[in-house]
Design a protein around this ligand. Sequence first.
Ligand SMILES: *[C@@H]1O[C@H](CO)[C@@H](O)[C@H](O)[C@H]1NC(C)=O
Ligand SMILES: *[C@@H]1O[C@H](CO)[C@@H](O)[C@H](O)[C@H]1NC(C)=O
Length: 364
Amino acid sequence: MDAYFLLAFFLFGLTTLGTLSTTMEARAFFVFGDSLVDNGNNNYLATTARADSPPYGIDYPTHQPTGRFSNGLNIPDIISEHLGAEPTLPYLSPELRGGKLLVGANFASAGVGILNDTGIQFVNIIRISEQLLYFEQYQQSLSSLVGRAQTKRLVNQALVLISLGGNDFVNNYFLVPFSVRSIEFALPDYVYYLISEYKKILARLYELGARRVLVTGTGPLGCAPAELAQRSLNGDCDPELLGAADQFNSLLLQTLKELNNHFGSDIFISANAFRTHMDFISDPEAYGFVTSKVACCGQGPYNGLGLCTVASNLCANRNLYAFWDAFHPTEIGNRIIVSQFMIGSAEYMHPMNLSTILAMDAGT
Ligand SMILES: *[C@@H]1O[C@H](CO)[C@@H](O)[C@H](O)[C@H]1NC(C)=O
Ligand SMILES: *[C@@H]1O[C@H](CO)[C@@H](O)[C@H](O)[C@H]1NC(C)=O
C-alpha cells in the first residue's frame, strides 16, 4: 500500500514538475495580422469586425464567445498547444501583465490588411503599423519586468506568426465593383504593390527582434462561403479570387526567400495556407466533413451572407463542417491547417515545417 502510495506520489510529483518546467521553458509566441489569428483585441474597440457574441465560442472550453472567429480554438491557440504554452492573450486585454507577458502576446485585429485603407469599413481596428508599435510597447513593459537583455533573448527565441493579405482582396480590391484600388491598379500590379509593402512590414519585424516568423499566405479566397454566395452560380470556387490568391502567394514565397538570403538565415517560413485549405475544400469527405461549401453558422446561400449571430442557422455538429462562418474555418479545420504547419512537406512549409523548427531551436 505504502509503496503504491509513494509511487503514485512520485509520479504525480514528476508530472507536476514536468508541467512546470514546460511552462517555464515554452518559447514565447507573438501573433500579428487579421481575423484568422485575432484572439480578441477587437472586443476592446469600437468596430463592427467582432466575434464577441454567441454563437461564437460555442465549443471553446468556456463555451463563451472570446472574440476568436471560430466555434472553438483558432490557429494561434493550436500552435500554442504545440509549444506547450497557454494561449496568447490579446494585447489590449487588461490581464496581459506581470508574468503573463512571458507567454508572448497577440496583436492581431480582425479586418486589417497590408494596406492602411483595407478594412476602413470596420472603422476602428489595429492596423499593422500600429500592431508593430504595440510590439515595441510590449517590449518596454517586459524590459521593466525582466530587464533589456532577457527581453531581447525572449523575443529573439520566440515564434512569430503573421497572417495578412486576404482582406486586401476581399475587403478592399474586390469589395465592390470598381473599387478605388481596382481602378488604380490592374491585379498583377496590385499584388506587386501589396508584396512590396508586406516586405517592409516583415523587415520591421526583423528589426524588432523576430527571428522565426511563420508567414501564412492567403487561403483560397474564392472558396469561402461568403464568396460562393456572392460570386458563384454553381458552387464552384470563384476563379478570379483564386487567381489573385495564387499570384499573391507565389510572389510572397519568392520575397520570403529573398529576405532570408538578405538576412543570411531562415527567418521567414512560408506556410502555404492555400494548399492546406484546398486539401479539405477539394476533398471534404476525406477529412470527415459533410461539406466545405456551406458555413456552419450564417444565412442565405451556403450560409454565406451577413454575419453569424444568434438568429443565424447553426449546424448541430461543428466537426462536420470545414467553415464555421462565411470566412473562417471551424476549430477542426484550424486543427488540420496547423497539423500541416507542424509536419507538412516542403510544398506546404518552406524551407521547413514547425516540428523541424521546434526540434532545431530546442537543440541550440
Ligand atoms: C500606413 O500608415 C502608417 C502610419 O500612419 C505609415 O507609417 C505607413 O507608411 C502607411 N502605409 C502605407 C502603405 O501607406
Ligand atoms: C517536416 O519536414 C521535413 C523536411 O521537409 C520532412 O522530412 C519531415 O518528414 C516533415 N515532418 C516532420 C514530422 O518532421
